[in-house]
Design a protein around this ligand. Sequence first.
Ligand code: GLP
Length: 241
Amino acid sequence: MELLIVDDAEEMSEKAASVLYDVIGEKQRAVLGLATGGTPVRTYKILSSRLNRAKKPLDHVHTVNLDEYIGLSPSDPNSYHSYMEKHLFQHTAIPKDQTHLPDGMAEDLAAECRRYEQLINSLGGTDIQLLGVGNNGHIGFNEPGTPFNQSTHVIDLVESTRKANARFFPSLDDVPRRAITMGISTIMKSRRILLIASGKGKADALKELFSGPQTEKVPVTALQSHPQVLVIADKQAASKM
Ligand code: GLP
């Protein structure tokens, strides 16, 4: 694993945007695994501005997101569909039909998980997976205890995750209790991983990633066995390492 410690969230976002920009530029067909949450917002803003400035053709870009809440329609302002639209897709020329997220409204959730996993495989897998990390070490929505060998699945969100994400919703009661998420095994199949972390809240998770034992109790530690991981952390997130 490679670790880049930067001064602050702005520098983290600039560096992360550059990594994604380069992947888009290098590949004949680029499959980007994307993440939500507060951490990547600025990365997406910088990335879309740079792509637009350079008038980069984006017909070869495909995106697959990590997760989506169950029970929120794509048009719900708190869905991850809306998040991606607001923070990235509407600002870029990535063909709409080449952007993918799990369908949190699917009637048959097990079938939706299988469809999503097959979709990623049919694209040839992801070239790079962008990740944030939860305070408890979750990646995507893989909460502590999730078996590392799981592919895309339905997960019950733990209370601390719902509370952490309540800041985006009118109230805690509005935060869904379940989500569809790529599994750890789905994430591990990505050819590269780019994990970004900013702020003190992420310091314990990063400490476990770099010096703790590999354990399903801390999902992010799965990345210890991935051959190509770049972690970009600001000083606060790296403060316990
Ligand atoms: C959510 C997302 C994760 C994200 C995490 C951290 O739970 N499902 O993909 O990494 O939040 O979010 P933030 O970046 O807001 O701290």
